[in-house]
Design a protein around this ligand. Structure first.
Ligand SMILES: Cc1cc2nc3c(=O)[nH]c(=O)nc-3n(C[C@H](O)[C@H](O)[C@H](O)COP(=O)(O)OP(=O)(O)OC[C@H]3O[C@@H](n4cnc5c(N)ncnc54)[C@H](O)[C@@H]3O)c2cc1C
Length: 356
């Protein structure tokens, strides 16, 4: 890739940041444009950040399962390339179902698909999570699973991308795409025009709007989810825990964060706040008073069918879309795929590109 190849990236979330890092390291002249005041302030800021395969049923989509399994190596490779530790919470992950049968069924599904998890008994679970009120009879443990502080990771990637020549423009919205002879030539970003040989649309739920003149229905919907942070007597950091009642981790003593799907009805924030307090007090013992610190609702970019949408825009040569859920797990594969496509190479990440 030559330094004269101008690439504009729309959106400085985790996906845009990995793409900027990969493209600038490959030698492109990269500018990344973010509408918000800073990078990583979109849905990435509300993310639980869990790099996981343990909660995914391989039978649902063997290809996505393989990508999730590969994500641990892919994030480790990015960490080596960054030459600095990722802002990660690393104590592994614990999962159990509603019944022993459900947990064993999950284990069997993973084993058939090549996933290797440790089966823990009640005493081992109690030793790992001493604050659990009622440890389950059995659970699966994934020592290599971890969670990222996604905003901090986004910033770290963009700092390294800047050192490799990337320009970051924040507080500026991309409002139009310019083209000549049917090919992308630039974008309108705030009051200025930026020249572009390539445009990467990594704008999360804002992607459809940017591409609307060229793609009638991108098929990326906004899917809300919430991150609730509470304080209380949580004396020890814990592994990531996915129990039937609560998905949580304690990244630092005294602070519990948990991820939730959206409840129906009025006042979802209030419902989620109360739900988290109640469940934290039920699942854990001796929590003391549990106080809600924040309820963040994020709109996840959810491509139709749940399949990552990463590939060229057929009606606009030079432009690419990069939208996926779960975007943090898949970000390294997406960034590498975008780099290879822009470079005119066959994508080597294992992620199947899809043209729109
Ligand atoms: C509660 C919750 C828990 C989650 N847990 C996990 C998890 O454990 N693991 C996981 O992998 N995923 C998880 N996710 C999903 C994950 O957070 C997203 O898939 C990921 O952050 C998407 O990254 P992104 O870069 O595509 O989007 P974003 O972070 O939203 O980045 C897109 C950026 O584009 C900008 N933008 C939009 N329009 C324009 C424009 N016109 N011009 C310039 N900039 C623009 C936006 O401001 C935004 O900053 C979770 C999400 C939520 C809400």
């Amino acid at each position: 890739m030559s330094a004269s190849q101008k690439v504009v990236i729309a959106g400085a979330g985790i996906i845009g940041a990995v793409a900027a890092f990969e493209l600038s390291r490959a030698g492109a002249d990269v500018t990344i444009v973010e509408a918000r005041p800073g990078p990583g302030e979109g849905v990435s800021a509300a993310s639980f950040g869990w790099i996981n395969a343990i909660t995914f049923d391989p039978e649902n989509d063997p290809a996505i399962y393989a990508l999730r399994q590969n994500a641990f190596r892919a994030w480790a490779a990015l960490e080596r390339a960054l030459d600095c530790p990722l802002p990660a919470h690393r104590q592994g992950a614990l999962f159990w179902g509603d019944s022993v049968a459900e947990t064993m069924e999950a284990l069997e599904g993973h084993r058939k698909a090549g996933g290797n998890y440790k089966l823990l008994n009640q005493a081992e679970i109690a030793a790992m999570l001493p604050q659990l009120a009622v440890p389950p009879e059995t659970a699966l443990y994934a020592p290599e699973e971890f969670a990222l502080d996604v905003t901090a990771t986004t910033r770290l990637l963009l700092k390294a991308a800047a050192e490799a020549g990337t320009t970051l423009i924040t507080g500026t919205e991309i409002t139009a795409i310019e083209s000549k002879g049917g090919r992308v030539t630039g974008v309108r970003a705030g009051d200025t025009r930026l020249e572009a040989d390539n445009l990467i649309v990594a704008a999360g739920t804002g992607s459809s709007r940017i591409l609307a003149p060229f793609v009638q229905d991108l098929g990326v919907k906004a899917s809300p989810a919430a991150l609730v942070t509470v304080t209380g007597n949580f004396p020890q950091t814990t592994c990531i825990t996915d129990s039937p009642e609560l998905e949580f981790r304690v990244p630092t003593p005294g602070l519990l964060i948990s991820a939730h799907s959206m409840p129906k009805g009025e006042d979802p924030e209030g419902t989620l706040a109360q739900r988290t307090v109640d469940r934290a007090q039920r699942v854990l013992k001796e929590t003391g008073e549990v106080t809600v610190q924040s309820v963040q609702i994020g709109q996840r970019p959810f491509p139709d069918g749940g399949i990552p949408l990463v590939g060229p825009v057929t009606s606009l040569p030079g432009a690419y879309i990069a939208a996926a859920h779960p975007g943090v797990i898949l970000a390294p594969a997406i960034g590498a795929t975008i780099r290879d496509l822009v470079n005119g190479r066959i994508a080597g990440s294992g992620l199947q590109p899809r043209a729109v």
